[in-house]
Design a protein around this ligand. Structure first.
Ligand code: NAD
Ligand code: ZN
Length: 356
């Protein structure tokens, strides 16, 4: 269960399996002077001791714990972590281990990217969403003016993904992360989607099935990211469901709806818009039923369609103020389309009515 990610400048392995947190150094590509583990307050009591145990015989190890939650992807927390790194005597030959979900990966990765102009870091993802965020090399913190405004492309030297850690996630976090797996399946192939369609999230997460779909999801992301280096814009396919999804998140308020819940609705809308735009039939009902049976909240409060479209227009993927969405010509055939706003208005209104 290993994937090698190849970019023009870097290569790193993604390892996925049971209990890998106990064997981190087996997958570490080099020797280091010392290790700093960065984690959050929810993950600390669960897995920090295991990771310390796995590295302490080989290296001096220290750790920093930040409060759980998106609020920690801040300039203040970044500054505090830099101070920790300096005070514990990290040098250019040291390693940072990012132990946690996407928040920790982004934050610790940005610390690694900038500490002494960049030191090695290993991602140890502990959420389902992080199958997405730990691959692709993006690291960032937030500015009060917007998410991920301060960041870089800075790939880890390895990603070590222990599926055992996913058992302690709340149902809501499982759902939220799994929406990205659904996204990867829909932009990839009907066979991948058919596999997802068989899965019941409300049953306890079966480790083998989970390892398999996460591996496939990571492969899809890796393929897209690798191809993007040659053909520009392919990376935009990863934005499937995100144009409306982001608009819903900011319109409803972050925290009200999770990222995954928002993009679940966004993907349904993108499928609807695809059907209308290309005059085709896609398995909308099948995808809808999957989200429904897995308890995704699919109803929306009364929202201004104009405001939503306004936000979609300002999405960073839209050019020249024209709403641009990733659509599907078929399952596994994503396309990028500029959309007529009047039609979009009608479709969005009908769509929200139909959901409710
Ligand atoms: P997160 O890291 O905040 O984790 C969600 C919650 O789960 C937190 O409360 C966390 O403490 C808790 N948690 C983590 N692991 C746990 C475990 N094993 N058991 C119990 N609880 C656990 O959020 P996330 O959903 O993993 O990631 C979201 C972040 O990822 C955002 O900051 C987003 O911007 C970023 N992201 C980055 C990329 C990228 O390409 N770099 C892509 C997508 C998202
Ligand atoms: Zn996303």
């Amino acid at each position: 269960n290993e994937i090698t990610i190849q970019t023009s400048t870097n290569q790193y392995d993604v390892m996925i399996g049971k209990g890998l947190r106990h064997q981190i150094l087996d997958f570490s590509p080099k020797l280091y002077s010392q290790v700093l583990i960065i984690t959050d307050s929810n993950v600390e009591p669960l897995y920090l001791a295991d990771v310390i145990e796995a590295v302490k015989d080989a290296y001096p190890v220290s750790y920093s714990v930040v409060p759980a939650g998106e609020g920690s992807k801040s300039i203040q927390m970044y500054y505090d972590l830099m101070t920790d790194a300096i005070e514990t005597g990290l040098d250019r030959k040291s390693l940072i281990i990012a132990l946690g979900g996407g928040m920790i990966g982004d934050l610790a990765g940005f610390v690694a990217a900038t500490f002494m102009r960049g030191i090695d870091f290993i991602q140890v993802p502990t959420t389902i969403l992080a199958h997405d965020s730990s691959v692709g090399g993006k690291v960032a913190i937030n500015h009060p003016e917007g998410k991920n405004l301060i960041g870089n492309f800075y790939p880890p030297v390895a990603v070590i993904y222990d599926v055992e850690t996913l058992h302690t996630l709340s149902d809501r976090e499982v759902r939220s992360g799994y929406a990205e797996v659904v996204k990867h399946s829909l932009i990839h192939s009907s066979s991948f989607w058919d596999q997802i369609n068989q899965i019941e999230l409300t049953e306890s997460l079966n480790e083998e099935a989970l390892t398999d779909v996460l591996l496939k999801g990571i492969k899809v992301k890796a393929e897209v990211v690798e191809q993007d280096e040659r053909e520009s814009n392919i990376r935009q396919f990863l934005n499937f469901g995100h144009t409306l999804g982001h608009a819903l998140e900011s319109e409803l308020g972050y925290g009200t709806i999770t990222h995954g819940e928002a993009i679940a609705i966004g993907m349904l809308f993108a499928i609807r818009v695809s059907e209308k735009t290309y005059q085709i039939e896609l398995p909308y009902q099948e995808v809808y039923k999957w989200f429904l049976k897995n308890d995704y909240p699919l109803q929306l409060p009364n929202l201004s369609i104009d405001k939503l479209i306004d936000r979609m227009r300002r999405d960073k993927k839209s050019n020249n103020q024209i709403v641009t969405m990733v659509l599907l010509k078929n399952i596994g055939e994503p396309t990028i389309e500029k959309l007529d706003e009047q039609k979009l208005h009608v479709w969005l209104k009908d769509f929200i009515q139909e959901l409710n």
